[in-house]
Write a protein that binds this ligand. Structure first.
Ligand SMILES: [Zn+2]
Length: 357
């Protein structure tokens, strides 16, 4: 069993080590040294992610946590106040995601010291999660033996299991017409009219229960008395369902092309799938296992689909199911970030439950 004293100590040590996004190497070195003390050899990849395989019995399992912390996070002075670990108020605490790092490390340490048999573990500690999951994007997935696993990287209340996170695709469109003077509209090809007609066809807002569509930037025109020859829009579509995002984006492209054609213009379109998504049923075995683990540590499992993206989205693109469970810290990404000792103990217990044979 994990020692609560060790867990608090390890988390506080981790919190004290500076690891702003892009400069995670001191924390990486700490993780490697801690695992080495339990005779686990960890390696750093060329991007700075840390990977280790822990031998065990049964189906292998991935455990993932990110090492980077959002600013302000240099010189964190963690302290314990009224049952919470807090910063001194000038920085974040870095509980997102170092409580998960600490829980994983302490689970491995307890197993080694107490000769507890665990499932074989693939441990992945990523860099630069906070800026678009860059570490996870650059990770070499061929290192993994496991196809399933868990991460602990949501700021929802402890007990929450994230069952859905969207596929995300952006689109940039330039409507190209011919600019002319307002007094001679017949001689131009109005790019704004192209956009207007396209917008009649683009389902902004929530086209379905499981998707959203937005255009956040519209730019164009040079003068009040000019018919604009070019209009630019930047938009995005999110959906929990891959088929849905694919057809929505295809529909948007079609609408833009059709609207441009009406005015003898053209639409230059760029679409980029930024990340994949996932949608898990509550009765999927891995979600059931997460719920059982939470129940065992006294938490009430709750299920939530969110419109944010995590390392788990990138793992899903590599066909690795990572069920993301809330880490239990509150007010993450702010200087009021705090982690209750109670939740920290529960998180440690949860990692133990999940890795049990
Ligand atoms: Zn995080």
């Amino acid at each position: 069993m994990i020692s609560q004293e060790n867990l608090v100590k390890t988390f506080i040590e981790l919190a004290t080590i500076d690891s702003p996004t892009g400069s995670e190497q001191l924390v990486a070195d700490y993780i490697i040294a801690t695992l080495a003390a339990s005779n686990i050899a960890a390696q750093k990849d060329s991007y700075g992610n840390v990977f280790a395989h822990v031998p065990g019995v049964g189906e292998p399992l991935v455990l993932c946590a990110h090492m980077d912390v959002v600013q302000p996070c240099v010189g964190v002075k963690p302290q314990i106040k009224d049952g919470y670990i807090v910063s001194d108020g000038t920085t974040v605490l870095g509980a997102d995601n170092k409580v998960a790092v600490a829980a994983i490390l302490e689970c491995v340490r307890a197993a080694a010291e107490q000769k507890i048999t665990m499932r074989p573990l693939d441990l992945v500690f990523t860099c630069s999660e906070e800026v678009g999951n860059e570490g996870a994007i650059h990770f070499d997935y061929s290192l993994l033996q496991a196809k399933n696993g868990f991460s602990f990287d949501s700021g929802e209340p402890f007990g929450t299991i994230i069952t859905g996170s969207p596929f995300y695709e952006r689109f940039d469109v330039e409507f190209v017409g011919t600019g002319t003077h307002a007094s001679r509209p017949e001689t131009g090809h109005n790019a704004l009219a192209m956009l207007r007609d396209a917008l009649l066809l683009i389902p902004l807002g929530r086209p379905t229960q499981t998707s959203t569509c937005n255009i956040g930037i519209v730019e164009g025109g040079k003068a009040r008395n000019g018919v604009p020859g070019n209009i630019f829009i930047k938009g995005e579509v999110r959906s929990f369902k891959e088929g849905e995002i694919t057809s929505l984006v295809a529909g948007i492209c079609e609408s833009c092309n059709a609207a441009a054609a009406i005015y003898s213009g053209s639409a230059k379109i760029e679409t980029v799938r930024e990340n994949g998504g996932f949608l898990y049923e509550e009765d999927e075995p891995l979600v059931v296992a997460a719920a059982a683990g939470l129940t065992a540590v006294g938490a009430t499992p709750q299920y939530k689909k969110v419109f944010g993206c995590f390392d788990a989205n990138v793992f899903a693109e590599h066909n690795i199911t990572l069920v993301n469970i809330a880490h239990g810290a509150e007010f993450s990404h702010g200087t009021g970030e705090r982690m209750s000792l109670e939740n920290l103990a529960a998180l440690g217990g949860l990692v133990e439950q999940l890795t049990r044979v």
